[in-house]
Design a protein around this ligand. Structure first.
Ligand code: SAM
Ligand code: SF4
Length: 332
């Protein structure tokens, strides 16, 4: 048997995204309800369990690990995990990276750099402090901007993730692109996905197809499609006269599944083979009840169940939760 994780459709699975916590210091309206109930500690993988699973993935050919959450930098002890995974870079692993809300980035950027993190994705949905507060409920824009500045100043490349939201930032995307360009940050626009219950907010009201944004942008910019392949869901464009790549992640309007190279580990130890499907394997139970020696085989078994693709949809009627897990548990 090959020592690589190859799924039934011949896709080599070499990218692991890990949600290290469901907790967060923000409450973005499209991600969480204001009164989130978080999981008890016993349900969450310990840092040692997270490391064991990551190491096993690396042994089986994983080249890239992205830590996410919830907010990865608020997990207690996360720096140990980052330090230990950082030692795998050049030793099986090509890249260790993070998706973060940036609130702790100013404090930890040096540490990240010292431990091999060369790039981070920072979520930023608005450049106006009041609008930023409105969407994150608890976030402080100045802190996030200071984090981005610090990371850049020590050579960490920052990519900005912006969720396109109807009646919220649709008229500010041009301004955000200008800002990203002046700050040398690539940018990715994301369509809102129907993940988890978000309380009183209505997803249909939030949903803004990126095809509409693209049309608006083409009035201000010349977008040039570029064949940048990351195995991920984004389609990339160069913008004439600007020095950034602009990605569009369109799970609801464009099928990106055929080149998917990734799986997701939740903070509860469930390995999901697809963001939008429920096929999964409970690695926490395997580790806790059967032991480490079963883990490798379980990963092969899991990958053999990776579905061909997802089938998200958002409609005016209906509950608009294609998956009942929150992005913060699964890891965005
Ligand atoms: N807290 C970190 C952050 O915000 O970057 C990491 C976790 S967050 C779940 C990862 C990404 O998922 C963020 O860019 C966030 O904007 C995005 N996200 C969260 N809920 C989403 C949803 N329902 N649809 C689309 N993107 C979502
Ligand atoms: Fe927290 Fe990220 Fe979700 Fe916002 S998107 S609530 S920052 S996990």
């Amino acid at each position: 048997m090959s020592n690589q994780l190859i799924d039934p459709f011949g896709r080599e699975i070499n990218y692991l995204r890990v949600s290290v916590t469901d907790r967060c210091d923000f409450r973005c309206t499209y991600c969480m309800s204001e009164n989130m109930t978080f999981l008890p500690k016993k349900d969450i993988l310990s840092l040692e369990e997270l490391e064991t699973i990551c190491n096993t993935f690396v042994k089986l050919g994983t080249k890239k690990i992205r830590l996410t959450g919830g907010e990865p930098l608020v997990r207690k002890g996360i720096l140990n995990l980052i330090q230990n995974l950082g030692k795998k870079i050049g030793n099986g692993l090509d890249e260790l990276t993070l998706t973060t809300n940036g609130s702790q980035l100013e404090k930890y950027a040096e540490f990240l750099k010292e431990n091999g993190v060369k790039r981070v994705n920072v979520s930023l949905d608005h450049l106006n402090p009041n609008k930023f507060k409105e969407i994150t409920r608890w976030g402080d824009l100045n802190k996030v901007l200071a984090g981005i500045e610090k990371a850049k100043s020590i050579g960490i490349k920052v990519k900005i993730n912006t969720v396109a939201l109807k009646d919220f930032n649709e008229n500010n995307i041009v301004e955000m692109i200008e800002w990203c360009s002046s700050n040398e940050c690539d940018m990715t626009l994301i369509e809102v996905m129907p993940m988890g219950d978000i309380g009183s907010e209505n997803r249909f009201n939030q949903y803004l197809p990126l095809s509409e944004i693209k049309e608006t942008l083409s009035k201000s910019f010349k977008l040039i499609n570029i064949p940048k392949k990351t195995g991920g869901p984004a389609q990339y464009y160069k913008i004439e006269g600007k020095n950034i790549d602009l990605g569009f992640i369109t799970p609801l309007t464009h099928n990106f599944c055929e080149t998917c190279n990734r799986v997701r580990l939740t903070c509860t130890g469930i390995l999901y083979m697809c963001l939008g499907q429920d096929d999964n394997v409970n690695l926490k139970d395997i580790l806790r009840n059967k032991g480490l020696s079963y883990l490798e085989n379980s990963l092969f078994e899991a990958i053999s169940k990776k579905p061909k693709g997802h089938d998200f949809s958002i409609s005016k009627s209906g509950i608009n939760i294609s998956s009942n897990r929150h992005m913060s548990v699964t890891g965005g």
